[in-house]
Design a protein around this ligand. Structure first.
Ligand code: NAP
Length: 350
């Protein structure tokens, strides 16, 4: 391991920000040197500004770091952003223009034509979009790379081996999404106790569009979206962590259930070849028990970085159905961004 990058976290006191802090605590390549959040937190030591809500103690190394405003200069080389979507565009562009590599969780820039929407196992070649980004945004050293929406990651990762082997022609996905996906304090307890909410603003549109960009084909520095339709319906459920998607899929070529199972279970890619620190040995784990995956039992698989697939069955309307589950703040957010940064480092882009 040649050098250690100093990283800043924007939105460091939030649900995803805390997950960044936790996952980076003993990271071999990245050390947290700067933290930023809102006016509410600025000027305070992190231990005072942040109500730590993850199991275990707040890492000693960040306790006394002063929370800064999310604007350059910040005392770091790389910026992880978990800012609210509304303010992310301007702030992240500002950091990239000032020369920082920005690895973002926010939705603001994901669908921009010159911004990679990256899942390293699925579309690492889309990093070529960065070549056009420098020119289109007049960045000198800076760059912006995004990771997908937390449900999109679970869906796109599960679809990737099917699309590669059999061709995907249509997808219908119904999600059951955890409370932590709404950040803190999130959904009011009286709204979600004994209840399911069949609405999460903007989420269905994100899943339907982002999935096609991720599974799209690189043409020069542009991505041609995958040529099929995705239909998504989303629900907030009374689960702490772990987003589930019940998926129906139409395939271009006939495949047996065994072939589908094998395509999921054998899927590995560049992050596994490169042995990236945060890459799970198996991006997709298949469970054959009839009542798996379940959030409580499967969300931490592969350190929270594996997607678990089960209930693989022929479908009466489309060709196959299955259920996929992933940890929304690990594979769906902070872990995803850290893996993106590890790929950037391993490929010499940062
Ligand atoms: P959150 O718990 O509400 O945290 C928001 C963070 O942003 C806090 O650190 C907050 O700081 C900071 N912030 C809010 N307004 C700000 C402002 N005006 N200026 C500077 N900082 C400000 O939200 P979250 O769940 O962590 O989500 C953060 C981002 O990640 C969102 O864009 C979200 O869509 C995305 N994301 C979330 C998930 C998930 O599972 N939760 C998954 C994927 C992507 P203070 O504490 O000082 O207010």
């Amino acid at each position: 391991m040649s050098r250690k990058y100093r990283v800043g976290i924007l939105g460091a006191t939030g649900t995803v920000g805390q997950r960044f802090v936790q996952l980076l605590e003993k990271h071999p390549q990245f050390e947290v040197s700067a933290l930023a959040a809102s006016d509410r937190s600025r000027g305070k030591p992190y231990e005072e500004a942040c109500a730590w809500r993850l199991p275990g103690e707040m890492p000693e190394s960040v306790r006394r770091l002063e929370v800064r405003p999310p604007e350059p200069p910040l005392d770091c080389d790389v910026v992880f952003s978990s800012l609210p979507g509304e303010m992310a565009r301007e702030t992240e562009e500002g950091f990239a223009r000032a020369g920082y590599a920005v690895i973002s969780n926010s939705s603001a820039l994901r669908m921009d034509a010159d911004v990679p929407l990256l899942i390293p196992e699925v579309n690492h070649e889309h990093l070529a979009q960065l070549d056009g980004q420098k020119a289109s945004r007049s960045f000198e050293r800076g760059m912006i790379v995004t990771n997908p929406n937390c449900s999109t990651i679970v869906l796109a990762l599960a679809l990737a081996p099917l699309h590669a082997r059999f061709g995907v022609e249509a997808v219908v996905a119904t999600t059951l999404q955890a409370l932590s996906g709404a950040g803190y304090p999130g959904v009011a307890s009286l709204d979600i106790t004994d209840n399911v909410l069949p609405y999460i603003g903007g989420e269905e549109e994100k899943i339907e569009s982002e999935t096609l960009k991720i599974l799209g084909r690189l043409d020069g520095a542009r991505v041609e979206p995958a040529p099929f339709k995705v239909s998504a319906q989303v629900h907030r459920v009374n689960v702490t962590d772990g987003h589930m998607a019940a998926v129906r899929v139409k395939l271009a070529r006939r495949a047996s259930p065994e072939e589908l199972r094998e395509a999921f279970a054998s899927f590995t890619s560049l992050p596994q070849e490169l042995r990236l620190h945060t890459a799970p040995a198996r991006p997709i784990l298949v469970r054959d028990e009839r009542d798996r995956p379940q959030p409580k039992l499967d969300r931490d698989a592969g350190g929270g970085m594996s997607v678990t697939v089960g209930r693989i069955m022929p479908d009466n309307v489309l060709d196959y159905r299955f259920v996929a589950l992933g940890h929304n703040t690990v594979r769906g957010a902070a872990g995803a961004a850290i893996l993106n940064a590890e790929l950037l480092a391993a490929t010499g882009r940062i």
